[in-house]
Design a protein around this ligand. Sequence first.
Ligand SMILES: [Zn+2]
Length: 344
Amino acid sequence: MAPPLLLRHPSSREHDTGTHPERPARIVAVERALAERDWLGWDVRESPAAEREVVCAVHPEAYVDSVEAVSAAGGGALDADTVMSEGSYRAALHAAGGAAALVDALLDGDGPRVGASLHRPPGHHALPTRAMGFCLFNNVAVAARRALDRWGAERVLILDWDVHHGNGTNDIFHRDPTVLYVSIHESPLYPGTGPAGDAGSGPGEGYTVNLPVPAGSGDAVWCSLVEHVVAPLGLEYRPGLLLISAGFDAHVRDPLAGCRVTREGYAQMAASMRTLGEELDVPVGVVLEGGYDLVALAESTVVTLEVLGAEHPEDRPPVALHPHATQAAGRLAERWPLVGVVAT
Ligand SMILES: [Zn+2]
């Protein structure tokens, strides 16, 4: 079987945000930690720049033109916390292109079963026509669309474990039952969206699952939600691809949020997703989002990839059912009976 695939590109360092938490040092730290471990034996490739049509499956052409124009003019601020430099458009094209290339590899019959697209800028706050929250193009949405449009996947599950709600991804697939968007996020926190009651709309009603958690939540809450809510959701939904919108800012060291997840917590969440992928016999792709403490970001990324890519799964103790997961399962029981079992 092909080794896991890691997509990266030097342009991620050319997206110059000045004195900003979403800074080039993030990708430097991640790549250094992986290089020290011989890239975990993964197949490391440079991501292609996304073709226009790939980005335009999510964002209208006029928006893509406007982002390109800001870089061409030397940079500028798109909103209060989203800034661009001359190199930002190119970096964003490779971030989206990496996410799409990841899906191409994972869904191409003989390809790897696990992969990661590690770039900046991140993407999950980006709306179709608006940059937001350090994000220009919505990379994980580009990946999901690629799976549906190019590879004929009937359903894709996105687990967004970034500590912030992925409002962009939430909105892009709000009316779409072919993408089950599941987000665990601290609430209240930026961007203020993603209450438990926001469950999608129209034909997509029920296919958005928001799992807000209070500040201070650590491994017990986060791991229980992944193991006891997200995994049964996946078994019931039966997607053809699992994507993890993987921010690492729920880490206890992160300066932008108040959750308390540890390296071991990320290892456990990755293990639950690995098992889900094996049970469904579908590939798992990781798309990097946030994470602003360099040590936490690097060690959490490494352990996530280690667990997902290991030839044999490690033995782990069962994940305790936390009352927060029981409550969430209870809310979802009517539409998702398999999830509801957890609450009974
Ligand atoms: Zn975040």
